[in-house]
Design a protein around this ligand. Structure first.
Ligand SMILES: *[C@@H]1O[C@H](CO)[C@@H](O)[C@H](O)[C@H]1NC(C)=O
Ligand SMILES: *[C@@H]1O[C@H](CO)[C@@H](O)[C@H](O)[C@H]1NC(C)=O
Length: 165
Protein backbone atom coordinates (compact mmCIF):
# COMPACT_ATOMS: atom_id res chain seq x y z
CA UNK A 1 0.00 0.00 0.00
CA UNK A 2 2.82 2.41 0.89
CA UNK A 3 4.75 1.54 -2.27
CA UNK A 4 1.65 2.10 -4.43
CA UNK A 5 1.07 5.47 -2.77
CA UNK A 6 4.67 6.47 -3.42
CA UNK A 7 4.50 5.49 -7.09
CA UNK A 8 1.15 7.25 -7.55
CA UNK A 9 2.66 10.39 -5.99
CA UNK A 10 5.75 10.06 -8.17
CA UNK A 11 3.53 9.93 -11.26
CA UNK A 12 1.68 13.08 -10.21
CA UNK A 13 4.98 14.88 -9.58
CA UNK A 14 6.44 13.82 -12.94
CA UNK A 15 3.30 14.21 -15.08
CA UNK A 16 1.30 16.93 -13.34
CA UNK A 17 0.46 18.58 -16.66
CA UNK A 18 -0.89 15.36 -18.16
CA UNK A 19 -3.03 14.69 -15.07
CA UNK A 20 -4.32 18.24 -15.26
CA UNK A 21 -5.03 18.15 -19.00
CA UNK A 22 -7.04 14.96 -18.61
CA UNK A 23 -8.86 16.43 -15.60
CA UNK A 24 -7.52 13.71 -13.29
CA UNK A 25 -5.32 15.76 -10.96
CA UNK A 26 -8.01 16.05 -8.31
CA UNK A 27 -8.82 12.32 -8.50
CA UNK A 28 -5.16 11.43 -8.16
CA UNK A 29 -4.75 13.67 -5.10
CA UNK A 30 -7.87 12.15 -3.55
CA UNK A 31 -6.56 8.62 -4.10
CA UNK A 32 -3.25 9.53 -2.49
CA UNK A 33 -4.94 11.27 0.44
CA UNK A 34 -7.17 8.23 1.07
CA UNK A 35 -3.99 6.27 1.71
CA UNK A 36 -2.04 8.95 3.60
CA UNK A 37 -5.00 9.63 5.92
CA UNK A 38 -4.99 5.89 6.70
CA UNK A 39 -1.23 5.96 7.38
CA UNK A 40 -1.70 8.93 9.73
CA UNK A 41 -4.26 6.90 11.70
CA UNK A 42 -1.84 3.95 11.84
CA UNK A 43 0.99 6.16 13.15
CA UNK A 44 -0.42 6.67 16.64
CA UNK A 45 2.78 8.02 18.18
CA UNK A 46 6.37 8.60 17.09
CA UNK A 47 7.49 5.02 17.70
CA UNK A 48 4.17 3.19 17.26
CA UNK A 49 2.85 2.16 13.87
CA UNK A 50 0.10 -0.33 13.01
CA UNK A 51 1.70 -2.41 10.28
CA UNK A 52 -1.05 -4.96 9.69
CA UNK A 53 -4.79 -5.29 10.24
CA UNK A 54 -6.32 -8.75 9.88
CA UNK A 55 -4.76 -12.19 9.83
CA UNK A 56 -3.62 -13.84 6.63
CA UNK A 57 -5.22 -17.26 7.05
CA UNK A 58 -8.62 -15.93 8.18
CA UNK A 59 -8.77 -13.25 5.49
CA UNK A 60 -7.68 -15.59 2.69
CA UNK A 61 -10.07 -18.41 3.57
CA UNK A 62 -13.32 -16.48 2.99
CA UNK A 63 -14.33 -15.12 -0.40
CA UNK A 64 -15.56 -11.78 0.87
CA UNK A 65 -14.11 -8.46 1.87
CA UNK A 66 -11.72 -8.84 4.83
CA UNK A 67 -13.43 -6.09 6.91
CA UNK A 68 -16.51 -8.37 7.12
CA UNK A 69 -14.56 -11.05 8.93
CA UNK A 70 -15.29 -11.27 12.64
CA UNK A 71 -11.72 -11.29 13.77
CA UNK A 72 -9.69 -8.27 12.70
CA UNK A 73 -6.66 -8.30 14.90
CA UNK A 74 -4.33 -5.31 14.55
CA UNK A 75 -0.56 -5.61 14.83
CA UNK A 76 1.45 -2.68 16.11
CA UNK A 77 5.15 -2.08 15.53
CA UNK A 78 6.95 -0.55 18.53
CA UNK A 79 10.48 0.07 19.80
CA UNK A 80 10.63 -3.42 21.26
CA UNK A 81 8.91 -4.99 18.24
CA UNK A 82 9.94 -2.81 15.29
CA UNK A 83 9.71 -3.39 11.53
CA UNK A 84 11.91 -1.31 9.26
CA UNK A 85 10.52 -2.41 5.85
CA UNK A 86 6.94 -1.33 6.54
CA UNK A 87 7.87 1.80 8.47
CA UNK A 88 10.49 3.08 6.01
CA UNK A 89 8.24 2.29 3.03
CA UNK A 90 5.54 4.39 4.70
CA UNK A 91 8.06 7.19 5.37
CA UNK A 92 8.79 7.25 1.62
CA UNK A 93 5.06 7.46 0.82
CA UNK A 94 4.55 10.32 3.27
CA UNK A 95 7.54 12.27 1.90
CA UNK A 96 6.44 11.80 -1.72
CA UNK A 97 2.85 12.74 -0.89
CA UNK A 98 4.01 15.83 1.00
CA UNK A 99 5.44 17.08 -2.30
CA UNK A 100 2.15 16.40 -4.09
CA UNK A 101 0.28 18.57 -1.57
CA UNK A 102 2.89 21.31 -1.12
CA UNK A 103 1.13 23.68 -3.55
CA UNK A 104 -2.47 22.76 -2.72
CA UNK A 105 -2.52 22.27 1.05
CA UNK A 106 0.57 23.51 2.86
CA UNK A 107 -0.52 22.41 6.34
CA UNK A 108 -1.37 18.88 5.18
CA UNK A 109 1.93 18.76 3.31
CA UNK A 110 3.80 19.71 6.51
CA UNK A 111 1.86 17.14 8.51
CA UNK A 112 2.86 14.43 6.02
CA UNK A 113 6.49 15.51 6.09
CA UNK A 114 6.52 15.44 9.87
CA UNK A 115 5.21 11.84 9.84
CA UNK A 116 7.81 10.98 7.19
CA UNK A 117 10.64 12.28 9.40
CA UNK A 118 9.39 10.44 12.51
CA UNK A 119 8.76 7.21 10.62
CA UNK A 120 12.22 7.34 9.06
CA UNK A 121 13.81 7.84 12.47
CA UNK A 122 11.77 4.93 13.83
CA UNK A 123 12.75 2.61 10.96
CA UNK A 124 16.41 3.63 11.04
CA UNK A 125 16.96 3.71 14.81
CA UNK A 126 15.13 0.47 15.61
CA UNK A 127 16.19 -1.76 12.74
CA UNK A 128 14.43 -5.10 12.45
CA UNK A 129 12.79 -7.21 9.76
CA UNK A 130 9.10 -6.58 10.21
CA UNK A 131 7.92 -10.21 9.96
CA UNK A 132 9.89 -10.96 13.12
CA UNK A 133 7.59 -8.54 14.96
CA UNK A 134 4.39 -9.26 13.00
CA UNK A 135 4.82 -13.02 12.84
CA UNK A 136 1.59 -13.57 10.91
CA UNK A 137 3.09 -11.60 8.01
CA UNK A 138 5.86 -14.17 7.77
CA UNK A 139 3.33 -16.68 6.42
CA UNK A 140 2.34 -14.42 3.52
CA UNK A 141 4.65 -11.47 2.93
CA UNK A 142 7.90 -12.37 4.55
CA UNK A 143 10.80 -9.99 4.03
CA UNK A 144 13.53 -12.00 2.30
CA UNK A 145 15.82 -9.21 1.17
CA UNK A 146 15.84 -7.22 4.43
CA UNK A 147 15.20 -3.55 4.99
CA UNK A 148 18.19 -1.75 3.45
CA UNK A 149 16.34 -1.04 0.21
CA UNK A 150 13.36 0.48 2.06
CA UNK A 151 15.64 2.62 4.26
CA UNK A 152 17.44 3.89 1.15
CA UNK A 153 14.18 4.50 -0.70
CA UNK A 154 12.82 6.49 2.27
CA UNK A 155 16.04 8.51 2.60
CA UNK A 156 15.94 9.38 -1.11
CA UNK A 157 12.33 10.58 -0.91
CA UNK A 158 13.03 12.56 2.25
CA UNK A 159 15.98 14.20 0.51
CA UNK A 160 13.75 14.98 -2.44
CA UNK A 161 11.18 16.62 -0.15
CA UNK A 162 13.63 18.53 2.09
CA UNK A 163 16.99 18.89 0.27
CA UNK A 164 18.63 17.95 3.59
CA UNK A 165 21.69 15.71 3.39
C1 LIG B 1 -4.41 23.13 -15.33
O1 LIG B 1 -4.74 23.54 -16.62
C2 LIG B 1 -5.43 24.78 -16.66
C3 LIG B 1 -5.88 25.07 -18.09
O2 LIG B 1 -5.44 24.15 -19.01
C4 LIG B 1 -4.51 25.86 -16.14
O3 LIG B 1 -5.20 27.11 -16.15
C5 LIG B 1 -4.11 25.51 -14.72
O4 LIG B 1 -3.17 26.46 -14.22
C6 LIG B 1 -3.49 24.14 -14.66
N1 LIG B 1 -3.29 23.76 -13.27
C7 LIG B 1 -2.18 23.15 -12.86
C8 LIG B 1 -2.13 22.81 -11.40
O5 LIG B 1 -1.23 22.88 -13.59
C1 LIG C 1 -5.95 20.46 4.10
O1 LIG C 1 -5.93 19.15 4.66
C2 LIG C 1 -6.58 19.06 5.91
C3 LIG C 1 -6.33 17.67 6.47
O2 LIG C 1 -6.89 16.68 5.67
C4 LIG C 1 -8.06 19.37 5.73
O3 LIG C 1 -8.70 19.30 6.96
C5 LIG C 1 -8.20 20.76 5.11
O4 LIG C 1 -9.54 21.01 4.83
C6 LIG C 1 -7.38 20.89 3.85
N1 LIG C 1 -7.38 22.25 3.39
C7 LIG C 1 -7.63 22.55 2.12
C8 LIG C 1 -7.53 24.00 1.78
O5 LIG C 1 -7.91 21.72 1.28
Amino acid sequence: MAFTTTVLSWGVLLYADAYNETNELENAREAIKWATDYFIKCHVSKFEYYGQVGEGRIDHVFWRSPPRNERRRAFKLTRSAPGSEVIAETAAAMAAASMVFSQVNASYSQELLSHARDLYEFADTYREMYHRSIRDAGNFYRSYAGYNDELTWAAAWLYSATNEN
